[in-house]
Design a protein around this ligand. Structure first.
Ligand SMILES: Nc1ncnc2c1ncn2[C@@H]1O[C@H](COP(=O)(O)OP(=O)(O)OP(=O)(O)O)[C@@H](O)[C@H]1O
Ligand SMILES: [Mg+2]
Length: 258
């Protein structure tokens, strides 16, 4: 029988060490097990292993929450047979997450609905599961935030916050052409992360069209230079998954891709 004093001291120590799962499980384990026949270390190890798993899962949940993914997608629910021309091996190899340690950018290029955002999120989710931090932001929101920060004289700090996560996902470059100030802000962000941490970028524009997206060739090639120095480009040429699903459900009308 444990004394109330021992009980209290044990609880205080478990809490100080933040062994939350152990605290939760201790009594039931003690009831389940016959300690006179078991080695105490073995039992303690079981409890500590549970604690480690519990903490890892909690940390993953936290990283997934902080990443602000608009929706959760994984590589397991990506149908490669739908895009037979895709470099399946090249894409699955990215999930080893070596690109994070190598600080190598990933640029996903292709038309609407082909799975660029899906794959970017799947890589982000895998990063969170692998112990890395990630942040997802649309290109438009990123620019709005950078503009606002510049107006309020806190651009440097804002750029630093976008340098913190191991992986930064910037979704949808290319829907609108950039004016000089926006292009310059994006260039500053790319420079700040250059050789520090990877960016995963999705775009519906191929590199050749980046010249038209940026106000001049000079800034386009300065951005491209840094983005491509260490990078892997994934081009997706196939048809829109969204449209294919609509066709399948008999809901297809022209110009409907929402
Ligand atoms: N090969 C695929 N397997 C399973 N789901 C897919 C596949 N391709 C796309 N999808 C799904 O289709 C929808 C559209 O894909 P996604 O948003 O990734 O396209 P996108 O290339 O980013 O398009 P956009 O340029 O319009 O943003 C998503 O719900 C995504 O999960
Ligand atoms: Mg997208």
């Amino acid at each position: 029988m444990t004394t109330p004093l021992l009980e209290e001291s044990l609880n205080v120590n478990l809490r100080k060490l933040e062994l939350l799962q152990l605290e939760r499980r201790l009594d039931s384990i003690l009831e389940e097990q016959d300690f006179s026949k078991k080695i105490f270390k073995e039992q303690l190890n079981i409890l500590l292993e549970e604690e480690v798993v519990f903490r890892q899962e909690r940390a993953i949940k936290m990283r997934l929450k902080l990443a602000k993914f608009p929706v959760l997608k994984t590589i397991d629910n990506f149908d490669f047979s739908f895009q037979p021309d895709m470099d399946k091996e090249g894409i699955t190899s990215l999930f080893s997450l070596k690109f994070i340690e190598e600080k190598s950018n990933i640029i996903l290029i292709g038309p609407s609905g082909v799975g660029k955002t899906h794959l970017a999120i799947a890589l982000g989710v895998a990063s969170c599961q692998g112990g890395y931090t990630c942040y997802f932001i649309s290109f438009q929101t990123l620019l709005e935030n950078l503009r606002k920060a510049e107006e309020q004289n806190r651009l440097r700090r804002k750029l630093l916050t976008y340098c913190k996560p191991h992986v930064l996902i910037i979704d949808e470059l290319g829907y609108l052409p950039l004016n000089r100030n926006d292009a310059n802000l994006f260039f500053q962000l790319v420079s700040a992360r250059y050789e520090n941490g990877p960016i995963i970028l999705t775009s519906n524009k191929s590199y050749i069209d980046w010249g038209n997206l940026f106000p001049d060739e000079g800034i386009a090639s300065a951005v491209l230079d840094r983005m491509l120095h260490y990078s892997k480009t994934i081009k997706i040429h196939g048809q829109s998954f969204r449209l294919a699903m609509k066709r399948k459900m008999g809901l297809f009308h022209h110009n409907v891709d929402q």
